[in-house]
Write a protein that binds this ligand. Structure first.
Ligand code: SF4
Length: 147
């Protein structure tokens, strides 16, 4: 991650409005987009953008993580989007917490000792998220190992 490239968000959503339908046209069965390898939801309006994309394109699924607090404006918007599109949107909150606490999914650090499963990609059991899918199919907290 220290060598990852950061990009400007100028024009990001305009570009996504073009690229998402283009990908869906190519992949008729649907697509899954992993949001923000670096970065995060930067405003409630940006969350609303993804909400709109999910409403517009029923074959679109998204998953990812956010460092926003569940009770922040952005965190609440994510919470509602997760509820509204429960089968197509899973944004996990990056916190050492269990699903039971607020009925939302979390991504925890290695030190977390609550109910969780360890990311199988990090233990060499699977090659990628595309081979796994646990982050968007299992409500239990995912635990990522420190490096
Ligand atoms: S648990 Fe599975 S879906 Fe989640 S990050 Fe690890 S490999 Fe990807």
């Amino acid at each position: 991650m220290p060598f990852a490239h950061r990009f400007s968000i100028d024009g990001l959503t305009d570009k996504l409005r073009i690229e998402i339908p283009a990908l869906l046209n190519k992949h008729k069965a649907g697509i899954v987009i992993r949001l923000h390898v670096l970065g995060d939801f930067y405003s409630p309006e940006y969350v609303a953008f993804w909400d709109e994309m999910l409403a517009t394109y029923p074959e679109l699924c998204i998953f990812g993580y956010t460092a926003r607090r569940v009770d922040s404006d952005i965190g609440k918007a994510v919470y509602i989007m997760n509820l509204r599109y429960g089968d197509r949107c899973t944004i996990r909150y990056s916190r050492n917490q269990s699903f039971e606490t607020v009925g939302q999914s979390f991504a925890a650090e290695e030190s977390f000792d609550g109910q969780s499963f360890t990311c199988p990609e990090q233990t060499g059991k699977l090659d990628s998220c595309a081979d796994c899918g646990l982050c968007w199919t299992v409500e239990k907290t995912v635990r990522f190992l420190s490096h």
